[in-house]
Design a protein around this ligand. Structure first.
Ligand code: ASP
Length: 347
């Protein structure tokens, strides 16, 4: 039976048209371009319907309320389709791909985010391959996860980050192996795919207006600047630290600012500025000092995943202790529990 796919079109370069101010999305244009490409009607390609969002956005203008409407649309249409493709701008695609897995509780069908670096209407567009491959992945394999398909890689959504502003391999999954490789064959690494919860129904966790932020440490950062960022009403902060999770531990004023924020109930999550690797606050004195101030290890989560997780957890109305516990717990495959690290094989 030919599979049925719902394409949720949110915007992004793939459907953009050149204008006097640069590329901008235009309603109906993507459908028009797709209709003119015969490969989209090939018998091996699943049938699809396009659900266009209004307004179409450059993903730089997207935020949690847009994640919310994507998640809700998937839940509303879940029974009618075998899988979903979310066409999205590449700039914040990794953030949406990190948030959706938390919001879509009990997901048992594939949700694949994709887009392109060059509009589909242009001769050298990468959008045609990215879109057809995403459709073919759904035709071929049941991957009941939120994934990101771009270039020759199928990645777990909540492990992704954008690493190239113009290259066709724009995304990486630095701390988790690829779920699939796209070459002559589409190879899915089934042992890496999470199994859906048994007998579950899809439930959307709505997001509240959580006040969270991210702050990148840099040599010479002042206690005053950090204090300003941590001011009320901030509830959670991803602290982007050096190496294995280190910070300026000899700056007493800065350590005091962090301790006071912790005492006020601000959740601070330590994520490394390095692309690859995990935070271990016990390796250096410059890391354990942060732990003493109440900063929690974000382990090997990306900044995108840590931010999305904080927003999600604050939206659940949990106690601070429950949030602290959930931060270090693997909820959707967003972090690698210490006992599984050595079993990951990168391909
Ligand atoms: N600015 C665009 C966006 O994120 C970039 C892209 O789609 O590649 O919507």
């Amino acid at each position: 039976m030919r599979k049925r796919v719902c394409i949720l079109y949110t915007g992004g370069t793939i459907g953009m048209k050149p204008t006097a101010q640069g590329y901008a999305p235009q309603s109906g244009y993507l459908r028009q371009v797709m209709d003119a490409i015969p490969e989209f009607r090939a018998p091996e390609v699943p049938e699809y319907s396009i659900h266009e969002f209004d307004p179409l956005l450059d993903s730089s203008n997207m935020g949690p309320r847009h994640w919310q409407s994507i998640a809700q649309t998937i839940a509303d249409l879940e029974q009618d389709f075998d899988g979903f493709i979310v066409i999205h701008g590449t700039d914040t695609m990794a953030y949406t791909a990190s948030a959706l897995p938390f919001m879509l509780d009990g997901l048992a069908k594939p949700v694949i985010l994709t887009g392109s670096q060059i509009p589909l209407s242009q001769v050298r567009s990468d959008g045609r391959d990215n879109l057809i491959t995403s459709l073919m992945v759904i035709a071929q394999a049941p991957v009941p996860e939120v994934c990101l398909c771009f270039g020759n890689r199928l990645l777990r959504g909540c492990r992704t980050t954008k690493v190239d502003a113009a290259g066709f391999q724009a995304f990486d999954s630095p701390n988790y192996p690829d779920l699939g490789h796209i070459g002559v064959h589409i190879t899915i690494h089934e042992h890496l795919i999470r199994s859906p919860k048994a007998f579950s129904t899809l439930l959307v966790h709505p997001l509240s207006e959580a006040k969270v932020g991210a702050l990148r440490l840099f040599p010479g950062i002042s206690a005053e600047l950090v204090a300003n960022v941590l001011r009320s009403p901030l509830q959670g902060l991803v602290l982007e630290t050096y190496g294995m999770g280190n910070g300026p531990s000899t700056d007493d004023a800065l350590m005091d600012v962090l301790t006071k924020a912790h005492e006020r109930g601000v959740i601070m999550v330590n994520c490394t500025q390095c692309l690859r690797g995990t935070v271990d606050q016990s390796t250096y004195q410059a890391g354990s000092a942060l732990a003493e101030c109440g900063v929690i290890s974000g382990q090997d989560m990306t900044i995108e995943a840590a931010l999305a997780k904080l927003i999600y957890l604050f939206s659940l109305n949990l106690s601070l202790q429950e949030i602290q516990k959930a931060i270090v717990t693997n909820l959707r495959g967003e972090l690698t529990p210490a006992d599984e690290e050595s079993t990951l094989v990168y391909v």
